[in-house]
Design a binder for this molecule. Structure first.
Ligand SMILES: [Zn+2]
Length: 280
């Protein structure tokens, strides 16, 4: 393992573990739905072997348990309904493809009513956290309602490479405790239809202009984490999270735990639109 990465991980364990354990004493249990249906490409981190939880499900359950938060893991689209959503304060999505179809993993699709119920639930104050492939769901040539809600549509990615992430709003709950700049390896997404609803609050950018692969060099930076309001609901997205070892990083787990504190209303952060401050 790269020595820089080892030092970074050690530093971040120090930064995040106290934050997580302190909050376990204060917070009452909140329920989160981690929904990982893959109607398109199925990432290794969400793939279950038999009846065992996937890599990301195990890690998310443990990290959130430390913060006193119960996570329900499911791939059953039937759970996305008006009635079921009442049990949760936040839905975390790591999905792919057209979720209205059974698709790749053969798990039950979400119904048309279910998708509408999800939109309404978020509009009425529900929290939504999209991770990595969440922007590779329910997208089309024109921005769909889903794309407007989550903030962008997956376009493409190159080979995995080390790249720099720069936090541009270090005061926002999900970014607090992070180094202002950090370098890591992952599969980096490029999005289109980004900021389709005009409400994106950019939290961190990828220094794409410094990356090795030319496909990333068209702009100096691209958004890699953001937040927005969708009605009364709070939406957070991180493009990180392809690799299994990214899920093992305290840095990454800390981002999700802190993002949930914001989406569930435990912490305040203003997602005022700022996309135009960074991008033309
Ligand atoms: Zn990926």
């Amino acid at each position: 393992m790269n020595i820089f990465r080892l030092i970074l991980i050690a530093t971040l364990i120090g930064a995040f573990v106290p934050m997580i354990s302190q909050s376990a004493e204060k917070e009452s249990a909140k329920k989160v739905l981690y929904f990982t249906k893959s109607a398109g490409f199925e990432h290794s981190v969400v793939k279950r072997e038999g009846d065992q939880f996937s890599h990301s499900e195990r890690i998310l359950k443990d990290a959130f348990a430390c913060a006193g938060v119960e996570v329900v893991c499911s791939k059953d689209g039937g759970l996305i309904s008006e009635e079921s959503l009442k049990d949760f304060d936040t839905v975390i999505l790591y999905t792919s493809g057209n979720l209205l179809e059974k698709g790749t993993d053969g798990q039950p699709a979400i119904s048309e009513e279910g998708v509408k119920a999800l939109f309404e639930w978020v509009k009425n104050g529900g929290g939504l956290i999209g991770v990595h492939a969440a922007t590779d769901s329910l997208r089309d040539e024109e921005p769909t309602e889903y794309t407007k809600m989550i903030g962008g549509a997956f376009l493409t990615h190159g080979k995995q490479e080390y790249a720099n992430v720069r936090v541009v709003d270090p005061e926002f709950p999900a970014m607090k405790g992070l180094p202002v700049e950090f370098r890591m390896i992952d599969e980096w997404y490029l999005h289109n239809q980004i900021n389709a609803a005009g409400n994106m609050h950019v939290l961190a950018v990828l220094e794409s202009g410094k990356m090795e692969q030319e496909m990333y060099n068209k702009s100096e930076t691209v958004p890699v984490m953001w937040a927005s309001s969708y009605g009364k609901g709070r939406v957070f997205y991180t493009a990180l999270g392809h690799r299994e070892d990214v899920w093992e990083m305290p840095l990454f787990q800390g981002i999700l735990v802190q993002a949930h504190k914001w989406t569930s209303g435990q912490l305040e952060g203003d997602p005022k639109p700022n996309f135009k401050d960074f991008f033309k």
